[in-house]
Design a binder for this molecule. Structure first.
Ligand code: DGT
Ligand code: CA
Ligand code: CA
Ligand code: ZN
Length: 573
């Protein structure tokens, strides 16, 4: 499908335009790109069938954008993009991964120091050449050094959200083979770790050769690391590896337990077996030469004296001791979720109308959705001011009325995702905040503050009588950005004191992190799992917020959007 390729070009062009300081236009390209990404049909088919007219009917695509699309479909190029690229021939994607570097700074680095890629950048900061540049300084150079370190650390690990759909697709194909009796994900993917080193599959089959033949010739396989009767490994064009192991039925549970890991958890379980005079391996649980368990994971755990432990808990984080006491948490499940309160509509940077977002929530089986568009400070997202928020309030009431008249038991709540300004105040007037069902507050700008200042800022926001939820509380983005300078204990005690809810953001942020979730639960501070959807399809990301919550040992009582709407509203000020 050409949609992704063209979207990528549009995002690039938007960046170049930003560098040149062109107002508004970058947004048009970003919007067009997002629209193409969300499109179900292939844009080249749309064009062949309906021509220019059909292109211009796509949401967010006007005349200028369809010019570009047509050009790309005819020539495989977009001239504007080529020109920009020639003026700034750098590895923009790689450099942008370094926190503290935006497109404008990257241009200066290229023009002044000839920096084209991460290697060049590393050399330059080592020689201390960056700090003296106009607009940079010591602090920025220090941030770049830290950013580079972060990029290096995370190299080679892929985002759970990116890998899971691909892995599920392969799993489905494996399950579809007549030679395959059972198949499962294993490894970090089954534990739903936020980043994945490689993908592990486990299969039961009486005819491994056939399964391996199929596996190594899957579409997207670029290189075969190895192919045997029990194990094969491949490298995918998308940049990650996949392992497949074939085991006999009688060892399936033991193998699943072993290859799910984590390695640290396995060391503990193996030691437990030894203490009982048993041997635990990927083949089964043995007393001497006699196999006493192995077919299911339940039976394997039981044989070594443990109840079943959910994969998300298997990190040697105390789960075995707690299991021995019979006190394992009853983890929250996706089906417990009754609504999503952090959703954006096309009133600001989102792609769809309030009604479309609401209908999607209904299709997911939710009882409510909360629309929480950005506030005015966030100009790149077309944030709403007081006047627009009040108008939106009416629009939401209209949608609710419509649903009511059609007999739907579903409610659209009205919130806002308001910016926490540098001094901790909220950028929307209190009278207006008071009219909304709930208020989410977020730090988006001025994120490089010292810890004391940042905590004072968050304290003031939490003490604001209208603020109910802090979104993405620590500011981290997986593989992209570390958290702000925060004191999490302080954040928890403030949340407790003020009754503020902390968000688990299901997007690429996955913020809160799992260990913070566990601490939040321990302090009995409530959380909410939201998707931060800017597109209706992103509401499906809820499962990753839920798995993150599970990795943080959360139960449904810890998460307020497992409650019916009237109970939920009691948590808001
Ligand atoms: P990853 O791929 O880095 O995200 O993490 P995992 O956990 O998927 O690790 P991977 O793919 O190397 O191995 C899958 C599982 O197999 C791992 O979680 C535990 C098990 N395993 C692999 N090698 C060893 C080992 O040397 N000792 C033990 N106890 N378990 C191992
Ligand atoms: Ca793995
Ligand atoms: Ca592996
Ligand atoms: Zn948001």
């Amino acid at each position: 499908m050409k949609n992704q390729e063209i979207a990528k070009f549009f995002y690039d062009i938007a960046r170049f335009l930003e560098i040149d300081g062109v107002a508004f236009k970058p947004y048009a390209y970003q919007r067009a790109a997002a629209s193409l990404e969300g499109l179900k049909d292939d844009v080249s088919k749309i064009y062949i069938k309906g021509g220019r007219k059909a292109l211009e009917e796509i949401e967010g695509i006007g005349k200028a954008m369809s010019d570009h699309i047509e050009e790309y479909l005819k020539t495989g190029k977009i001239k504007l993009h080529e020109e920009f690229k020639k003026s700034l021939p750098v590895d923009m994607d790689a450099l942008l991964k370094v926190e503290g570097l935006g497109p404008k700074k990257i241009k200066v680095l290229y023009q002044k120091l000839g920096i084209r890629n991460l290697k060049d950048l590393e050399k330059a900061v080592k020689k201390h050449e960056v700090a003296p540049l106009f607009g940079f300084g010591e602090k920025t150079e220090k941030n770049i050094v830290q950013g580079l370190e972060f990029v290096k650390q995370n190299k080679g690990r892929s985002l759970l959200q990116d890998i899971m759909p691909v892995a599920r697709d392969v799993l489905k194909k494996l399950e579809g083979l007549k030679e395959v009796e059972r198949a499962s994900l294993a490894g970090s993917l089954r534990r739903r770790k936020e980043t994945i080193g490689d993908v592990d599959f486990l299969v039961v089959s009486g005819n491994p050769a056939k399964v391996m033949d199929f596996f190594v010739s899957l579409p997207g396989v670029k290189k075969v690391w190895g192919k045997g009767n029990t194990k094969s490994s491949v490298h995918m064009a998308a940049g990650f590896d996949m392992d497949l192991r074939v085991v006999p039925q009688k060892s399936y549970g033991a193998a699943l337990q072993y290859f799910t890991g984590s390695q640290a958890h396995n060391i503990v379980t193996r030691k437990m077996a030894i203490d009982k005079g048993l041997k635990l391996s990927e083949y089964g649980v043995f007393r001497g030469a006699k196999m006493i368990a192995g077919k299911t994971e339940e039976e394997v755990y039981k044989a070594i004296g443990l109840p079943y432990i959910e994969p998300e808990l298997r990190e040697d984080a105390g789960e075995v001791d707690v299991a021995l006491e019979g006190k394992l948490p009853k983890l929250i499940q996706l089906k417990d979720i009754k609504g999503d309160l952090h959703c954006h509509s096309n009133w600001n940077g989102g792609q769809h109308s309030i009604e479309v977002m609401a209908k999607t929530a209904m299709e997911r089986g939710y009882q409510y959705i909360g629309i929480s568009d950005h506030s005015k400070t966030l100009k790149i997202e077309n944030g709403l001011d007081e006047k627009k928020l009040l108008k939106q309030h009416e629009a939401i009431q209209k949608v609710n009325k419509k649903f009511q008249d059609s007999g739907f038991k579903f409610q659209v709540l009205h919130g806002v995702e308001a910016d926490i300004l540098k001094d901790g105040s909220i950028d929307i007037k209190s009278e207006v905040l008071a009219q909304l069902d709930y208020v989410i507050a977020s730090v988006h700008l001025n994120t490089k503050m010292e810890k004391k200042e940042m905590m004072a800022r968050i304290e003031k926001a939490m003490k604001n009588p209208h603020v109910d939820i802090i979104a993405h509380p620590t500011g981290r983005i997986v593989n992209q950005r570390d958290e702000y300078q925060i004191d999490f204990d302080k954040m928890l005690s403030l949340a407790k004191e003020t009754g503020t809810i902390l968000e688990i953001n299901s997007s690429a942020r996955l913020d809160l992190r799992d260990f913070y979730i566990r601490r939040t639960k321990a302090e009995n501070v409530k959380m909410i799992i939201n998707t931060d959807s800017h597109h209706k399809d992103q509401m499906a990301l809820m499962e990753y917020g839920v798995s993150q919550a599970r990795r943080g040992w959360a139960e449904s009582a810890d998460i307020i959007n497992t409650l019916p709407v009237l109970e939920l509203l009691k948590y808001f000020k």
